[in-house]
Design a protein around this ligand. Structure first.
Ligand SMILES: [Zn+2]
Length: 165
């Protein structure tokens, strides 16, 4: 006996058919003796089999399709923004913060892009400790924090002295 996965052409119903041999199946199919148990259609053929590994290894085998990982959106540096009118109290707080930053930075030296380098040098005692501020990337700031170096983002952008009028 031989078993075939069959499919009717009309309704794509799948069912199994048992035959004495492949010739027997061909003969019965030719005469319209093989009919779909679901809809009675005699338009029946072998269902397309999922590809399988053969011992000869000469059959095409479909690689398992993996759902594509959604590509991560490019990291865009974010800046604080407000889309709604800012309440007066908030404006006052922000003004005070800005003032505090100005005061804090009076005793701090602007080191620009050397920030990470200088911060490390001070942390490892290669130079005298002092308050500095400057520019660094988020990833570099993260590395500094991981090394135990206290850094914090300034709430307001700082105009480099060489650019100030
Ligand atoms: Zn059918």
């Amino acid at each position: 006996m031989i078993v075939y996965d069959l499919e009717c052409r009309a309704g794509q119903h799948r069912f199994e058919g048992w035959f004495k041999s492949s010739e027997d199946f061909a003969r019965q199919q030719e005469r319209g003796l093989v009919s779909c148990p679901h809809c009675g259609s005699a338009e029946v053929g072998k269902a397309i089999q999922a590809p399988r590994l053969s011992r000869k290894g000469n059959q095409m085998v479909e690689a398992p399709s993996r759902p594509q990982q959604p590509s991560r959106p490019a990291e865009v540096p974010t800046a604080p923004v407000a889309s709604a009118p800012i309440p007066a109290e908030a404006v006052e707080v922000i003004r005070k913060l800005a003032q505090m930053q100005v005061e804090a930075l009076k005793s701090s030296r602007y080191v620009g892009k050397n920030f990470a380098e200088d911060a490390r040098a001070m942390h490892y005692g290669e130079r005298e400790a002092e308050a500095i501020h400057g520019q660094t990337s988020a990833s570099e700031a993260q590395e500094l924090l991981e090394e135990g170096i206290a850094v914090m983002p300034l709430p307001f952008p700082v105009t480099p002295p060489e650019q100030a009028n």
